[in-house]
Design a protein around this ligand. Structure first.
Ligand code: GH3
Ligand code: MG
Ligand code: MG
Ligand code: MG
Ligand code: MG
Length: 320
């Protein structure tokens, strides 16, 4: 199952290209033509890398060079433009690279062949300097548009899976993640720990200090939870003042220990909101999910009834 909006999806994206920061890779076996192209493009502000054939261009990309635009000569030794085009399209699915094929061939069926291999545009030699420039600008516009769409999609995915107040996973996402972890655990005969946390007498925080102060307290509690759990644990806001923590590969003793650490992290120091120190505590119910024996639903119910027991026994405590 794929969980949208995972943090890594937000990481490094190429910036929207304008000529000034656009990386172009030219693969051309004709040394003279290669030099001319490079001079023109640099004159227009592009950052240019050249390769003397398709194999060298592929090598450069394998070494980590990620051009936004590729200008590929069709006829080249070792690896020709069409073959390289196919390899680029097969490999990179997350970052779109604009490919301009350059060739002396100008028959229609060749053109179709080139476009089917994944090229975006096509120029026949000899071509006009201004036409090349205009086509590169078109490529830049398309890349910018794609970049904006990618960002918008990522933002949408992030919002669909995260809680707006705390920035943690939201209820649906944390439940999806619990299911994913439980499936993974089933395959490797491992167990998943879960903790249900509920803030004690939270209503009275709102009543005494107002809803905004209550929100700030929830944010800080979320932060303390995330600081305290292991880096690969997953923490989400389950409901109003309730949090759910999913701990992969965790047994009963470990989940109890972890819940105790979380409890302490909240109780240890009051939360400062606008100069007012607000002492809060939380109760936690912990359970272990052994996928061979029980479902996520059962484990959630077990954590929930443990939480109820922690409340009944006086709050600010952990029950398993
Ligand atoms: P208990 O120890 O039994 O859990 O007592 P409690 O007061 O925490 O429990 P109760 O369920 O009665 O109240 C929960 C309160 O949490 C009521 C609700 O207004 C508040 N709350 C829920 N979501 C939010 C929120 O997003 N912001 C704020 N400020 N308060 C919230
Ligand atoms: Mg050639
Ligand atoms: Mg509650
Ligand atoms: Mg509560
Ligand atoms: Mg309650």
């Amino acid at each position: 199952m794929s969980i949208v909006g995972l943090p890594e999806a937000r990481m490094s994206k190429p910036t929207a290209p304008g000529a000034a920061c656009t990386q172009v890779l030219i693969a051309e076996d004709d040394a003279m033509f290669r030099r001319i192209l490079k001079t023109w493009l640099e004159g227009w502000g592009y950052q240019v890398t050249v390769a003397e054939d398709g194999a060298r261009a592929w090598e450069l990309m394998q070494e980590g060079h990620v051009p936004q635009i590729l200008i590929l000569d069709w006829m080249m030794p070792k690896l020709n433009g069409i073959e390289l085009c196919r390899k680029v399209r097969e490999k990179s699915r997350s970052v779109y690279q604009y490919i301009l094929l350059v060739t002396a061939k100008d028959q229609t069926n060749d053109l179709v062949h080139g476009l089917e291999a994944g090229a975006d545009d096509y120029l026949s030699k000899p071509f006009d300097r201004n036409e090349l420039r205009a086509r590169l600008r078109t490529g830049g516009r398309i890349l910018t548009l794609q970049d904006e769409q990618t960002r918008a999609r990522e933002e949408f995915q992030f919002q669909a899976t995260h809680d707006a107040l705390t920035g943690m996973w939201n209820r649906r996402a944390i439940l999806d993640l619990l299911r994913r972890e439980s499936e993974l655990a089933a395959r490797s005969s491992k167990r998943v720990g879960i903790m249900m946390l509920d803030v004690d007498h939270f209503k009275s925080v709102n009543d005494r200090l107002g809803h905004l102060a209550g929100d700030a307290v929830l944010q800080e509690i979320g932060r303390r939870v995330q600081m305290t759990v292991r880096s690969y644990d997953l923490a989400g806001r389950y409901g109003g003042e309730e949090f759910l923590i999913v701990s992969p590969d965790c047994d009963q003793e470990q989940i109890q220990e972890c819940a105790e650490r979380v409890r302490l992290a909240i109780a240890v120091a009051p939360i400062l909101v606008d100069g007012v120190a607000i002492a809060v505590t939380a109760s936690l119910g912990a359970a272990v999910l052994d996928p061979a024996c029980r479902t996520e639903r059962d484990a959630l119910a077990a954590a929930d009834s443990a939480l109820y027991e922690a409340k009944r026994n006086g709050r600010n405590r952990v029950a398993v």
